[in-house]
Design a protein around this ligand. Structure first.
Ligand SMILES: [Fe+2]
Length: 473
């Protein structure tokens, strides 16, 4: 009997079905006027199953689907393509599902056992570095994508890299152009092995250092400042025995604190890390910076388990209020003893996730942050002014905003002077729009609305690649 498509669990206790098609829309319908400064491509990656999944599948297990909005002279074209991963190619050849649960190779078809990079779906971040585009996934090595066509070019060359994985939340140093990366489970097993990596502006590996985390915990994003590194290890733990029994990759441990490692940026993580206890669960980081011995990191954090599709050891899944994240400023004062070093400051009104900034201000003191507002039932796009603590909101009716990505108006524009691009799910219409908002004040009406004639499954993270400007020689 052929398998049928079943709903999968998403964030916020939602249940979803895959879309399963690749699309081309040569000329998108546009309301308003596309700002002439927007010339380039907006690339995103998300998960969308090509073949049926096992029961109780989760959003993180979808096949990578990269999409692009190309902007040219006020016109917009759209395309989406599956990342042609080893696993997708194998399933298409077999014309059936071969892979089982999220990161559990013991649930796969026997014909594909022990395939390296088994979990490499590329479904998490369409990440641009030095004009190249990569489909990232935190347990794997990135695939390279052609930004002109979305064709999968294959796994890129990582030189002498030992780690089996590169985080799906790398940081680009705006001063040096370096690609900063790390991995937990860096040996490919549910272990305490972690690694730190730096690639130079041309993508050559210049640094790799291994260390151990306090427990084999989830770590989806991190902080890089000009002087320090911050590694948050969450109380969702992986265990090979559970995997062999067919269980979930992660189990929530409510009795464990989050462990946050802080170290000097140029230090040795195995020797120089200080581990601090921080309650709550987070996935993402907005930005981080250092001021002397003080390290500031801004993160959406939930009181319970925001990774709501992973149960605790009693099989309990969280209630909705436990999963709601609030953007919180965590400050580590490294001049103080461990027990007194951490202060935790939730920002009033900043309920939501998927935080982004003006990336030119990464790793340094900054003023403006953007996020998907999820102050149920209110949904929309939020904008934080960290100097005043004010939160501006672009409120949406019967719609939800995906990640807001900022594009500067010009290379030398002031912080926040530019555009916020966010895909909005029109839930009742089963359709999606791309909104162009004013980065200085997202609460204003959209500058332009780019309309798609179909729904878009929630994608995760994206990048803007500007069209190279012609210069007069
Ligand atoms: Fe993420």
């Amino acid at each position: 009997m052929p398998e049928v498509f079943l709903p999968f669990a998403s964030f916020g206790l939602q249940s979803r079905m895959p879309m399963r098609f690749e699309a081309d829309v040569f000329e998108c319908e546009v309301e308003g006027t596309i700002p002439p400064e927007l010339a380039g491509g907006y690339f995103r990656s998300g998960g969308d199953r090509q073949y049926p999944s096992l029961e109780d599948d989760i959003i993180l297990n979808g096949d990578g689907m990269v999409s692009a909005f190309w902007f040219e002279n006020g016109h917009v074209s759209f395309r989406s393509r599956y990342v042609q991963t080893q696993r997708l190619v194998a399933e298409r050849a077999a014309r059936r599902r071969l892979y089982g649960h999220y990161r559990n190779r013991y649930t796969d078809d026997e014909s594909v056992s022990n395939l390296p990079q088994r979990d490499n779906t590329g479904n998490t971040y369409a990440f641009a570095h030095n004009g190249r585009l990569f489909a990232l996934r935190e347990d794997s090595r990135p695939y390279e994508i052609d930004p002109a066509t979305l064709e999968t070019l294959g796994e890129a060359d990582w030189g002498a890299l030992r780690s089996t994985a590169l985080t799906a939340h790398p940081k680009i140093d705006p001063v040096t152009g370096e690609w900063w990366s790390y991995a937990v489970f860096a040996d490919g097993e549910p272990s305490r092995a972690a690694s730190l990596h730096v690639f130079d502006a041309e993508g050559r590996l210049t640094r790799e250092q291994w260390f151990e985390t306090p427990f084999p915990g989830l770590s989806h994003d991190w902080g890089v400042t000009r002087d320090h590194l911050v590694f948050p290890i969450m109380p969702l733990t992986a265990d090979d025995r559970r995997l062999r029994a067919g269980g979930a990759y992660y189990q929530y441990q409510p009795d464990l604190p989050g462990k946050w490692g802080v170290m000097p940026r140029d230090g040795d993580p195995a020797r120089d890390m200080r581990w601090f206890d921080v309650p709550g669960v987070m996935g993402h980081v907005m930005n981080a910076y250092s001021e002397g011995n003080t390290v500031v990191i801004d993160t959406p954090i939930s009181p319970g388990n925001c990774f709501c599709f992973f149960a605790d050891r009693n099989g309990r899944f969280p209630e909705l209020p436990e999963t709601v994240t609030q953007i919180t400023r965590i400050v580590f004062d490294l001049s103080r003893p461990d027990a007194e070093a951490v202060s935790i400051n939730p920002l009033p009104g900043a309920l939501g996730d998927m935080p982004r900034i003006d990336d030119r201000f990464a790793m340094q003191r900054y003023r403006t942050g953007y996020f998907s507002l999820r102050a149920f039932p209110e949904m929309g796009v939020g904008q934080i002014d960290w100097d005043s603590g004010e939160v501006k909101v672009h409120s949406l009716q019967h719609a939800a905003a995906q990640e807001p990505v900022f594009v500067p108006r010009a290379p030398d524009a002031a912080e926040g002077d530019g555009f916020v691009l966010t895909v909005v799910d029109r839930l009742a219409d089963k359709r999606a729009d791309l909104l162009i908002l004013d980065g200085r004040d997202v609460s204003r009406p959209p500058l332009a609305t780019i309309k798609l004639p179909f729904a878009m499954p929630m994608a995760f993270h994206g990048s803007w690649i500007p069209t190279p400007q012609e210069t007069n020689a």
